[in-house]
Design a protein around this ligand. Structure first.
Ligand code: JF5
Length: 225
């Protein structure tokens, strides 16, 4: 299938991925071959009796680190020279729509999800092309961030969205938050739809929407201006 994106995920919690990626637009993209998604259990790349994936940090300190051997072996088996390897952790650069547009150009991604205190530094040094965070908070593991990234990329794949889903230019593409929108009824529990939207005057409507988007962005997200 030409133009398809292949995404492999390496995780200690493959069960977390069942469900969210089997619904709606992502499920359809997978069915249609636009997205070839495979989730791999990091433990399958261990060889010791205890299937160890982590160990204590040299020099002491709290917590455990993901050890290099299983991750190196998994990357060797799963990645090709075309594969972009991405670590997910709170120490990465913050994922956003611009990064998503860049990543969506790749044809193969391998997303490695961390947990505990993080990764042995040699995983970063030798294997990772990029390290991404989805925001400044700490999660129990990288499965949810991986799914956020996969979701964001999937809707950027050519043909993944239907006409109704893509008709409308989303926030962050034009750099402002959305203007307020209304559907029927024209009055609901005493709240009226702004007169201008019922006027049929398309120039006035466009002007009102641009102004509302500006005001809303100034109030809520001045960092975007
Ligand atoms: C993780 C070490 C990975 O908590 C996160 C995260 C938060 N924003 N973006 C990612 O990932 C799990 C925790 C600790 C590595």
């Amino acid at each position: 299938m030409v133009g398809a994106m292949k995404i492999d995920v390496l995780t200690l919690f493959p069960g977390m991925f069942a469900g969210p990626l089997d619904e709606s637009i992502i499920a359809r993209a997978r069915r249609n071959g636009l997205l070839q998604l495979s989730v791999h259990n990091l433990r399958d790349y261990t060889h010791d009796r205890h299937k160890s994936v982590d160990d204590r940090p040299f020099g002491g300190g709290p917590g455990m680190l993901l050890k290099p051997e299983p991750i190196f072996e998994a990357v060797e088996k799963l990645a090709t020279p075309r594969t972009r390897v991405i670590l997910v952790s709170p120490a990465g650069r913050t994922f956003n729509q611009a990064i998503a547009r860049q990543l969506a150009l790749a044809d193969e991604l391998l997303i490695i999800t961390g947990h505990y205190e993080g990764f042995d530094e040699r995983i970063r040094a030798r294997l990772a092309h990029d390290e991404l965070s989805i925001g400044d908070y700490v999660l129990t593991n990288g499965a949810l961030p991986a799914m956020v990234i996969i979701d964001t990329l999937t809707r950027l794949l050519p043909g993944a969205l239907g006409d109704d889903e893509s008709a409308h230019e989303e926030s962050f593409s034009h750099g402002l938050l959305e203007y307020p929108q209304y559907t029927r009824p024209a009055e609901f529990q005493g709240m009226k739809v702004p007169e201008v939207l019922l006027s049929g005057n398309h120039a006035e409507i466009a002007k009102w929407r641009a102004e509302q988007a500006r005001v809303r962005t100034e109030e809520r997200r001045p960092d975007l201006l």
